[in-house]
Design a binder for this molecule. Sequence first.
Ligand code: GTP
Ligand code: MG
Length: 199
Amino acid sequence: MKIKTAEYFSTAVKQDQYPSGDMLEIAIVGRSNVGKSSLINKIVNRKGLARISQQPGKTQTINFYLINNAFYLVDLPGYGFARVSQQVKKTWGKMIEEYLHKRANLVSVIQLIDFRHPPTKDDLQMYHWLKEVQSQVIIACTKADKISKGQWQKHLKEIKTGLQADPEDIFIPCSALTGTGIEELRHIFGQLLSIKSQR
Ligand code: GTP
Ligand code: MG
């Protein structure tokens, strides 16, 4: 799919603040600092649309971006960030859970995992949770620019084994720096949205 327009739409911390209407939506989840906001910016080709930080825990709210006036791309707070208080963790956890459970417009959730490391306990939990609600999980393996191509297969295998992944799932090494995998993700977005809107 071609991205023609991308704009910030709104921010929410609870359900009654989500955009109303029945526009379809694709959400991005992943551990804090894995590169969710960076990937969104790269996909929509807008530097600085979603706020980025070297400090984990940058995105603390659910942010809706309107793409092509046709669907929302949703940036969620990261999970598994050790340095926030239990109270904050609980609040974020609840926020993400409520969103994932209750959002009817949600076409698919793309899970981001750092390509350099085996999945964390939190990654595994999120993956298994997603597997219960969607038959196929798309996993974007981020920061692929930090690994030489010769090592990609090894890392892919490590992540798939760590998750005990289903053969139906799709793994895409990607980089917000070099653009690796970005076109493939755009293509998948197009497919996900067209399948859903035909139903
Ligand atoms: P939270 O909002 O805290 O959950 O983080 P996030 O998942 O949105 O990560 P963010 O996009 O803010 O990026 C975190 C850090 O990783 C920043 O310093 C980015 O510059 C860096 N980063 C993100 N994507 C890539 C990538 O593809 N390659 C490299 N080398 N660095 C990246
Ligand atoms: Mg972020």
